[in-house]
Design a protein around this ligand. Structure first.
Ligand SMILES: Cc1cc2nc3c(=O)[nH]c(=O)nc-3n(C[C@H](O)[C@H](O)[C@H](O)COP(=O)(O)O)c2cc1C
Length: 184
């Protein structure tokens, strides 16, 4: 039986009993599969390397808005990430919201991706690398960090933002990239 069929079989078994699942840290597949039903956008968060100042980026779908006044946003950094140390300590960072045709940019900033190699960027006053041409960009100062299990929740105060006049978002759901289809 394929891995995805096994997950589906376990999910249907639990749904039939009507009781649902209890999250099992030893086997997080069903929990992940439930979470993957929530569609998100895709962002690249950037900050300078804590030691060398070299540009760093990480592909992130845990981005969320928090507050309008003050202007606050958040994302969660996996403690298991090799880049966690840099992002959780960064005094400033930027969040870039990707367009539907920027999945290649997302791939650059996942494990073993090319990162900033050969990619043009500028630096803001806080030495945060900025990418051009994304759907929206939020430059932030780190407002607070909170431990959240195996992630660190990073709250940013938006100091500057920009928005593209047009373009559709890249969407992530069911473990896949796609695009938004207006409905109703
Ligand atoms: C669509 C997508 C969303 C992701 N969202 C997050 C996220 O919200 N937080 C996070 O720490 N890693 C996230 N990751 C994983 C990171 O991009 C990265 O691959 C992972 O942290 C391992 O990188 P590293 O150990 O080389 O730093 C996501 C990956 C993908 C493909």
């Amino acid at each position: 039986m394929r891995e995805s069929d096994k997950i589906e079989a376990a999910v249907s078994r639990a749904e039939r009993t009507g009781l649902g699942h209890v999250p099992d840290p030893a086997d997080p597949r069903a929990f992940r599969s439930a979470l993957a039903r929530f569609a998100t956008g895709v962002t690249v968060v950037t900050a300078p390397d804590a030691d060398s100042g070299a540009p760093l980026g990480i592909t992130v779908n845990s981005f969320a808005s928090v507050s309008l006044d003050p202007a606050l946003v958040l994302w969660s950094a996996a403690r298991s990430s090799l880049r966690h140390r840099h992002f959780s300590a960064a005094p400033a960072f930027a969040i870039h919201v990707l367009r539907f045709d920027q999945a290649d940019l997302a791939d650059r900033f996942t494990r073993n991706g090319a990162g900033f190699d050969g990619l043009s960027h500028t630096l803001n006053d806080a030495q945060v690398p900025l990418l051009e041409g994304t759907l929206a960009r939020f430059e932030c100062q780190t407002e607070a960090t909170h431990e959240g299990g195996d992630h660190t929740i990073i709250i940013g105060r938006v100091t500057r933002f920009s928005t593209a006049t047009e373009g559709e978002p890249l969407v992530f759901a069911h473990g896949q990239y796609g695009r938004f289809l207006p409905g109703r």
